[in-house]
Design a protein around this ligand. Structure first.
Ligand SMILES: NC(=O)C1=CN([C@@H]2O[C@H](COP(=O)(O)OP(=O)(O)OC[C@H]3O[C@@H](n4cnc5c(N)ncnc54)[C@H](O)[C@@H]3O)[C@@H](O)[C@H]2O)C=CC1
Ligand SMILES: CC(=O)C(=O)O
Length: 308
């Protein structure tokens, strides 16, 4: 898509803080929507973000207009990206945010109703898998239309780490983190490949891969960033914009997003086909026995948070 082609779609970003604004910026740099609405009860911050982001549209993207919007208007957009909520302070886990962010989600959804029938609600606020589940309950939208960014960000981090070790482009690596966007996540090592060749075979012979260390480094990356700058915003900015693009242009990319798992009774990430209808289908991964166990464990952890 040329940056100046006519774009007619609308994306609302509910929560115009660090993450919301960075997602908007990514959507300006990689044009997806004709209009981006920022929604936030902190009006001064929201309006300042609108002005700053509007300045960014002068450089190449004249198709996207950024403006302040209401929750009601957000409910009518093609995609609603939900970033409203508290973020972790140093030492806090994502699940520590559940009480505060469930209340914010519930009131924001009430304010947005009634939703356009084909809107896609994309959850980003944490704990993202738990909030995706609650958003499905509160919104009454079809479950395939309510998805979370899930382990897409963790998978991007994993690919970056593997790419540096293997000395190849991250785009040539196929590797997924699955399960919870949190402590119980796991790497689907049995499906990892480089250039279509199984990881073990494709790695240079002088590289000894410590899988546990790589999985831990991947999992801990958010905490390490938050420890030093207080927020993670650029990674999720790119990831959320990619999901929006796959939805808006009906690209049907396979993305590890959080979505409803009928057999597990929770929302968590398994790679899925993502298009204009949201999750089109979950990919049958053929997990190894160990990975199946890790998936069950992740679902159990999430159920405990849902039922607490
Ligand atoms: N899923 C992921 O991979 C990632 C998730 N996050 C999560 O994103 C969330 C947002 O993080 P930041 O932007 O850094 O926080 P922030 O504090 O900078 O911004 C949050 C914004 O939400 C707004 N807000 C509160 N209630 C609202 C409502 N009812 N309607 C609209 N806006 C409302 C606040 O006024 C604030 O401006 C956090 O929960 C954080 O943990 C952050 C990075 C990655
Ligand atoms: C904050 C968060 O969830 C992340 O950066 O992974």
């Amino acid at each position: 898509m040329s940056p100046n082609s006519k774009l007619t779609s609308t994306i609302a970003i509910v929560g115009a803080g660090d993450v919301g604004a960075t997602i908007a910026y990514s959507l300006i740099m990689n044009p997806v929507a004709g209009e981006i609405l920022l929604v936030d009860p902190k009006e001064e911050v929201r309006d300042a973000q609108v002005q700053d982001l509007s300045d960014a549209t002068f450089h190449g993207n004249t198709s996207t207009r950024v403006r302040a919007g209401t929750h009601k208007e957000a409910g009518q957009c093609d995609i609603i990206v939900m970033t409203a909520g508290a973020k972790q302070k140093k030492g806090e886990s994502r699940t520590d945010l559940v009480g505060r962010n469930k209340a914010i989600l519930s009131s924001a959804i009430d304010d947005m109703k009634p939703f356009a029938s084909d809107t896609i609600l994309l959850l980003v606020a944490n704990p993202v898998d738990v909030l995706t589940y609650f958003a499905q309950q509160f919104s009454d939208l079809p479950k395939n239309q309510v998805i979370g960014s899930g382990t897409f960000l963790d998978s991007a981090r994993l690919r970056g780490i593997l790419a540096a070790k293997a000395e190849v482009a991250a785009s040539s690596i196929e590797a997924f983190v699955c399960g919870e966007h949190g402590e119980s996540q796991f790497v689907a090592w049995s499906k990892a490949s480089i250039g279509g060749v199984p990881l073990e075979l494709a790695l240079p012979s002088n590289i000894k891969l410590d899988k546990n260390a790589v999985a831990e480094e991947t999992k801990n990356k958010a905490n390490n960033i938050i420890e030093n700058k207080g927020v993670t915003n650029y990674g999720i900015g790119g990831v959320a914009a990619s999901i929006c693009k796959s939805i808006m242009f009906d690209e049907k990319n396979i993305l590890p997003v959080s979505h409803w798992q009928e057999d597990l009774g929770v929302c968590l990430s398994i790679p899925a086909v993502v298009g204009r209808k949201g999750v089109v289908r979950t990919v049958e991964m053929g997990f190894s026995g160990e990975e199946k166990e890790a998936l069950q464990k992740s679902a159990k952890t999430l159920k405990e948070v849902l039922e607490a």
